[in-house]
Design a protein around this ligand. Structure first.
Ligand code: SAH
Length: 344
């Protein structure tokens, strides 16, 4: 019989489940604290439980942890890229960045990705499977334990498309936010999507104070479809209308990611069109100098072009910043994460 993924369970669920084994409720509290506050990898580390109880628990449950398979540290800015091995031998990557305000971890939500964006390394290996809520959470515990630090901010911008693993992602968000767990505030969490409209609509109803990022990368269908096949299903104008509604209903500003590819989406006309389409809605535009992914053949726009593009947006009254890239020397920047460690 397959063991239950105990770290993906909410406290009440753990409590119920242990009760059915005849265990008193303080046991659920102890187990929960080991799993969520300490982030242990095995039941054997739960030293205030008897050996017999630890054995009973490991017969019935599994802790889906991530082992550090490899770790690269950027000489430029100290960014750490982790390659984690999952319980079934699959690999994912996470990136730990240090900012003035604390540590931010970029976590993966799937092994691989179905979306196949032209510029992204993750899509190259195809889609393998979803991560459970525990496996998303364990990336944080593994990084914290490895570095002996506390992560204060989370971005769901690693491998995978969060909206394509919706239920596990929502479960993860509620678990990571739990006061008796990692207690990371929703306002310190960003979730990035390639633009899956039903996901955006569902998220709107969850009433979470997180930041929604939308990977737009082009102001019209012509260009966007070439870069992002998902655009065929969810075209730009429909996407932006769902975003507008999301911003209206939640009063939360959406962050629009726009990776700049030379000669593809960086013309003055694109800037004007983008400014026009984001008129009158709560929006922040984040321009990202594109990172090299060898398979794509796409190149970043020049710094001068990015500056000019950003000035057009600013003059039109849009809120815009250019993202500083971290971890460039260790292939830890946006879009460079891949699951097969033999590739790099
Ligand atoms: N699937 C989600 C989250 C993962 S990608 C999404 O699409 O948003 C995180 C961000 O990195 C996205 O904005 C993505 O478009 C961007 N990205 C991917 N490859 C990139 C590249 N080569 N250069 C710059 N940004 C890239």
């Amino acid at each position: 019989m397959e063991k239950t993924d105990i770290k993906a369970m909410h406290f009440e669920e753990v409590s119920e489940s242990l009760k059915s084994l005849g265990l008193p409720s303080f046991r659920a509290k102890q187990v929960w604290q080991w799993l969520h506050q300490k982030g242990v990898a095995s039941f054997d580390e739960m030293t205030n439980l008897s050996k017999q109880l630890r054995d009973t628990l490991s017969d019935k449950y599994v802790i889906k942890f991530c082992e550090v398979e490899r770790k690269s540290v950027s000489a430029l800015d100290g960014t750490v890229k982790y390659l984690f091995r999952l319980y079934d031998g699959q690999f994912i990557e996470s990136v730990l960045m240090k900012y003035k305000y604390g540590y931010s971890l970029c976590v993966s939500t799937q092994v691989g990705c179905r979306m196949n964006c032209a510029f992204c390394a993750t899509g190259v290996g195809g889609f393998i499977r979803n991560l459970s809520a525990a496996e998303i959470l364990s990336q944080i515990h593994a990084a914290q334990n490895d570095m002996d630090i506390k992560v204060s901010h989370i971005v769901l911008m690693g491998m995978g498309e969060p909206m394509d693993n919706y239920e596990n992602v929502i479960r993860f968000l509620r678990l990571v936010n739990n006061d008796d767990g990692l207690n990371i505030g929703m306002r310190n969490i960003s979730l990035s999507t390639c633009g899956i409209i039903p996901g955006i609509k569902n998220l709107q109803g969850e009433n979470l104070q997180l930041t929604l990022s939308v990977s737009l990368h082009a102001p019209n269908d012509n260009i966007r479809t070439k870069l992002m096949p998902v655009n065929k299903k969810y075209p730009v104008d429909e996407l932006l209308s769902a975003c507008r509604e999301y911003a209206d209903v939640t009063s939360r500003r959406i962050s629009y990611e726009y990776a700049m590819f030379g000669g593809v989406n960086d013309s003055d006309e694109c800037a004007v069109e983008l400014a026009e389409k984001l008129k009158g809605t709560l929006a922040h535009i984040n321009l990202i100098p594109a990172n090299d992914v060898t398979e794509s053949g796409l190149k970043s726009s020049t710094p001068e072009r990015i500056k000019h593009f950003s000035e057009i947006l600013e003059k039109a009254g849009r809120n815009v910043t250019v993202r500083r890239s971290l971890g460039g020397d260790i292939d830890a920047s946006c879009g460079q994460l891949r699951s097969k460690h033999i590739n790099n």
